[in-house]
Design a protein around this ligand. Structure first.
Ligand code: HPA
Length: 232
């Protein structure tokens, strides 16, 4: 038990899939897991542990933004002995040719967040995802014939920001923006754990196209299947 998680230690798997939305965690468990049970409902931050094709996995919602992701991923890594976390979420595209519903595998996360500095005293604004996990995800995508954009993202603390897209593209090769990878990768770095992130494009900041909720669900399923099939 921690201040935010009521689960027994043995009820959390070594591998965790993390959507932002608690109801997405429920949807993933209902649709994909067998023999599963609810393992957290503190603050309605729903989590379920079960099996996907015989592999034990926990689906734990992170909430939105670095501080929320920071709390849950820290507690899972540090107090529940979780070894690897794959975030599954959405992102806003910085490139007019990055279409809605395309999938991004995050290479590096660039952020102005001071999360890492507060956590470790290290001053660093670019954090990488885990190579082993990425290899598993890339190999699985290849096998399932899922196209991936393997690229950097900009992790912001401010959804309603004045983001300089050209600057982020030119200097940091960021192709999209989201709000949770930097805290996740900071915790993984400090605690010597593995973390990666798979994102689907939910809106395009250049063309201002947005997804409808039904279409979003379909592309979301493809991303979840990729994450679940990738784990060992
Ligand atoms: N900004 C930040 N996070 C996001 C966005 C966005 O436009 N779209 C999906 N997650």
């Amino acid at each position: 038990m921690t201040p935010h998680i009521e689960s027994n230690k043995e009820d959390i798997a070594k591998t965790v899939i993390m959507p932002g939305d608690p109801l997405r965690a429920k949807m993933i468990a209902d649709k994909y897991l067998t023999d599963y049970k609810l393992v957290n409902s503190v603050r309605n931050q729903l989590a379920y542990t079960g099996y996907y094709k015989g592999k034990r996995v926990t689906v734990f919602s992170s909430g939105m933004g670095n501080p929320s992701m920071g709390i849950y991923s820290y507690e899972l890594f540090n107090f529940y002995d979780v070894e690897e976390i794959i975030r599954v979420g959405s992102c806003g595209a910085f490139d007019k040719d990055l279409d809605l519903y395309e999938i991004v595998l995050v290479d590096n996360s660039y952020s102005k967040s001071n999360y890492l500095e507060e956590l470790t005293d290290e001053v660093n604004n670019i954090l990488s995802s885990n190579n082993d996990l990425n290899r598993q995800i890339l190999d699985t995508a290849n096998k399932l014939k899922i196209d991936l954009n393997y690229a950097n993202v900009y992790c912001t603390d401010v959804f309603y920001n004045h983001v300089d897209i050209d600057y982020l593209r030119e200097n940091y090769n960021c192709i999209a923006t989201e709000m949770e990878t930097f805290a996740l990768f900071s915790n993984a770095k400090k605690l010597d754990k593995k973390a990666s992130a798979i994102l689907t494009v939910s809106d395009n900041l250049i063309t201002h196209e947005e997804t409808t909720s039904e279409e979003r669900q379909n592309s979301f399923n493809k991303m979840i299947e990729l994450a679940l099939e990738s784990i060992k």
